[in-house]
Design a protein around this ligand. Sequence first.
Ligand code: SF4
Ligand code: SF4
Length: 96
Amino acid sequence: MRVEYNFEQLQDCQCGACPVHDTSACVMEKTGGMKFTTCSSTPDPDDVEGIYCSFQKGKSSCTDLDVSKACLCPTCPVWRSHSLDTSYYCVKGAAS
Ligand code: SF4
Ligand code: SF4
């Protein structure tokens, strides 16, 4: 199922705690360890590192994500509520 980018789902996203994400120097540089880089309550998808499964966001522009680590998507409420069955959206792109 296609996932909409919205703030509620961004808050449920588990990417910020994911080891694939956590070990990326690029993600850390872009976000300073935060989910988003703006004070806006509705951050633009370009200002966010997370909710990569949404069609408005898609895969990260960072190329140093460590896919040898386990993806946390199957633990995510968004993953369950959309009946998703794949993972690593940060590398592979949005869910279809
Ligand atoms: S399914 Fe994965 S990419 Fe999508 S919101 Fe959840 S943790 Fe983030
Ligand atoms: S999409 Fe999966 S692997 Fe990528 S950062 Fe999010 S939880 Fe981790």
